[in-house]
Design a protein around this ligand. Structure first.
Ligand SMILES: [Zn+2]
Length: 301
């Protein structure tokens, strides 16, 4: 998806600047911020320049605080310019484009970026000033950002976990993990129906409580999935994006709390290894509804 485009404005500027020098005292002095004309009377433009582009902090935990993008655009006779960020995970070809909107020129600006949809890994960030049709107007500026998966610190004695909604249970991801998008997060055409828990591919997944396997299978969005119905309460636990071939339970099988059902993967609609975990009350689909599993997950971790 990357296109190398010729920056025509730059090519125009060079001969024009040379003309201006050749005519000596009569030509205006060429300084950044000034538009001049060449000898044919055609205006030329000095392309905008992106300066001091940085992403801070340079290393973040997946699902953690937003990244501050700092930069400055100097441009001739333009008070604001359109800026687009391209994000490419090192070693992959997928590029996400994030519009940063119009930014004022001639001074440092900071834009908060939530990194929505960005998976763990080293991310190559490319900043471009573009015209109204998305064509680059300036040389791109680059920076890198490391998004890492790290075990949560010993959970600080949680702010009184919601009045014990959860009976005893086992945290479904048995290994280092971090929380990503939560329940109800806006996904454009739908609300996020569960909680994302990032962990290394292959990390064991277990049933949080004793129950029965209600369903296993594969869906385009969910990837490989497993659903477990709680033996004691009217709850169902839904696991998405399992590693291909890792499902080790079958429909109708009884499982214990802590019993392995499969492994963390990234199958289906997923940008990196994580468990998408849902908790349904009153039945899975048939008459039931998903509720926020976070209080339960916290109680189990
Ligand atoms: Zn999810």
């Amino acid at each position: 998806m990357r296109r190398a485009l010729l920056i025509c404005a730059l090519l125009l500027a060079v001969p024009a600047a040379a003309d201006a020098q050749a005519t000596g005292g009569t030509a205006p002095v060429q300084t950044p911020g000034v538009t001049g004309g060449n000898t044919a009377g055609r205006p030329f433009r000095i392309p905008p320049v992106i300066r001091a582009f940085s992403a801070s902090p340079r290393s973040v935990v997946w699902g953690g605080a937003a990244t501050a993008l700092r930069f400055r655009v100097d441009a001739v006779n333009l008070r604001a310019v359109r800026v687009v960020l391209s994000v490419q995970r090192r070693g992959t070809r997928t590029v996400r484009r994030v519009s940063l909107g119009r930014v004022p020129t001639g001074r440092s600006v900071t834009r908060r970026w939530t990194r929505a949809g960005v998976a763990p890994g080293v991310q190559l960030l490319t900043l471009r000033v573009v015209d109204s049709r998305g064509r680059p107007l300036a040389r791109a500026a680059r920076a890198t950002l490391t998004v890492r998966v790290r075990p949560r610190r010993k959970p600080a004695p949680a702010p009184a976990p919601a009045p014990a909604p959860a009976a005893s249970g086992v945290f479904p991801v048995r290994g280092p993990h971090t929380f990503g998008d939560g329940f109800g997060v806006d996904r454009g055409d739908h609300k996020h129906n569960g909680v994302d828990i990032a962990a290394a591919s292959g990390t064991p997944l277990v049933s949080p409580r004793r129950g029965t396997v209600l369903a296993t299978g594969y869906g385009a969005g969910s990837g490989y999935y497993v659903v477990v119905r709680d033996a004691e309460r009217d709850h169902a636990y839904v696991f998405f994006h399992l590693l291909a071939g890792s499902t080790i339970v079958r429909e109708g099988q009884a499982v214990d709390a802590g019993q392995r059902i499969g492994s963390v993967g990234s199958t289906g609609h997923s940008t990196g290894p994580h468990l998408h975990f849902e908790l349904w009350a009153g039945g899975w689909w048939s008459g039931g509804h998903a509720i926020d599993p976070l209080p339960y997950l916290r109680a189990w971790s």
